[in-house]
Write a protein that binds this ligand. Structure first.
Ligand code: CA
Ligand code: CA
Length: 393
């Protein structure tokens, strides 16, 4: 994430840190993504560049939550000087060199320091809560069993991180698993790359947080990520499934070219029927009828549907990206010793549970109130199964 959500904008726009902050990206959530296989030795001028997410200098109020980072060398994610936000409920699998990271790069500040005379970067604030780091083959290859989080002072000979007083970081309920999948507590959570402890930056309370954040315990996190990470988890494509299985099977590697892992897929062109959206407002007729909207009136930008300020189109898009089709039943996933245990809560009387290994067997995802609790489960045997509850007798 660049300071201005662009790749060409100025690094800092303003006269002082407060103005810089106001003019950089802020209040952004990155959630439920699969951030994997950053190209390693490809086109980047600096060479090896397999990276996850970069949260740049002065970017503030950023939530990096409930993502799967897999097979990236570093930046899983990285917050840079003065950045402020939350790293919550992420699974980091097979990070080659660095898991979660805070980095200051003095060279990138020296010009600002000289021109503004305004001193060193202000403090970065990071709350690291409920994450789970899993070592993979890269950690064996590089012989470097890494901590959950490192704080780096990248260039020797310039003011060290200790002199910058640049970081307050908070840790709660984070876990690490070694090459064999065993919980491992021998490697400290926080260090710099030289192995020196930088524990003086650890605070006893969260330096930044938001009450709306819904934390999952790190113990329950893997099953959540398996079921929810990715663009369309109810219909995940072979690439998403391959990356998930890398994690579950402790496989995976750095990637230099897309062709290393099968290249870009080829898809058959698809076309909707002429009557899919009669009024051409972006909302399909089937969905409009379910919601009592008018299929002859373009009303997707009206806001009355749910009464919470969202447009009808936004409500539709939320449903498309939601795992749960309805709220009548919910599926709870528990990890047992060597398997997943499925338990249903709040199930209405009547009905049954359907399962399928191919979601396309199910004719529609928008089947209304009679179907709910749609979940994707990828078991430890690698088989992905979809479950849903269907009303009936
Ligand atoms: Ca419509
Ligand atoms: Ca309409």
């Amino acid at each position: 994430m660049d300071e201005n959500l662009t790749v060409t904008g100025p690094r800092f726009d303003g006269e002082n840190p407060d103005e810089w902050r106001a003019n950089t990206s802020h209040r952004i959530t990155l959630s439920n993504n699969i951030v994997a296989e950053g190209l390693s030795v490809a086109t980047h001028a600096e060479g090896e560049h397999s990276k996850g997410s970069l949260i740049h200098d002065n970017v503030t109020e950023i939530a990096v939550i409930k993502n799967l980072y897999a097979n990236n060398m570093a930046r899983n994610p990285v917050f840079k000087a003065g950045a402020r936000g939350v790293m919550m409920n992420n699974v980091i699998y097979n990070p080659g060199r660095i898991g979660m990271q805070f980095s200051t790069v003095y060279d990138e500040w020296s010009e600002e320091l000289a021109s503004s005379g305004d001193g060193l970067p202000e403090e970065a604030l990071i709350s690291v809560v409920g994450n789970s780091l899993h070592w993979g083959p890269l950690n064996s290859f590089f012989g470097n069993p890494i901590p959950l989080f490192v704080a780096l002072d990248e260039f020797a000979g310039v003011p060290s991180l200790e002199d910058w007083h640049a970081l307050s970081v908070y840790f709660e309920d984070n876990r690490r698993f070694d090459h064999f999948g065993a919980l491992n507590s021998l490697i400290p959570l926080l260090t710099n790359e030289q192995g020196r402890s930088v524990s003086q930056y650890v605070t006893e309370s969260k330096p930044i947080w938001h009450d709306s954040l819904d934390v999952i315990s790190s113990r329950d996190l893997p099953s959540y990520i398996v079921g929810n990470a990715g663009a369309r988890p109810w219909e995940s494509d072979p690439v998403d499934n391959r990356i998930l299985l890398d994690w579950l099977n402790l496989s995976g590697a750095l990637v230099n070219f897309e062709t290393d892992v099968g290249g870009f897929p080829e898809f058959e062109p698809t076309k909707r029927g002429d009557l899919w959206d009669s009024d051409k407002d972006g909302l399909p007729d089937e969905w409009e009828r379910l919601k009592g909207l008018d299929v002859t009136l373009a009303d997707s930008l009206e806001r009355g549907l749910r009464g919470d300020g969202y447009t009808n189109l936004e409500v539709y898009l939320h449903e498309l990206s939601s795992l749960r089709v309805g709220d009548e039943a919910s599926l709870v996933i528990e990890i047992a010793e060597d398997d997943f245990v499925l338990r249903w809560e709040n199930m209405p009387s009547g009905g049954w549970i359907e399962s399928s290994t191919n979601l396309k067997e199910w004719d529609t995802l928008l089947a209304g109130p009679s179907i709910s609790g749609l979940r994707r489960i990828t078991g430890l045997n690698g088989m992905t199964v979809f479950y849903r509850w269907v009303a009936g007798n």
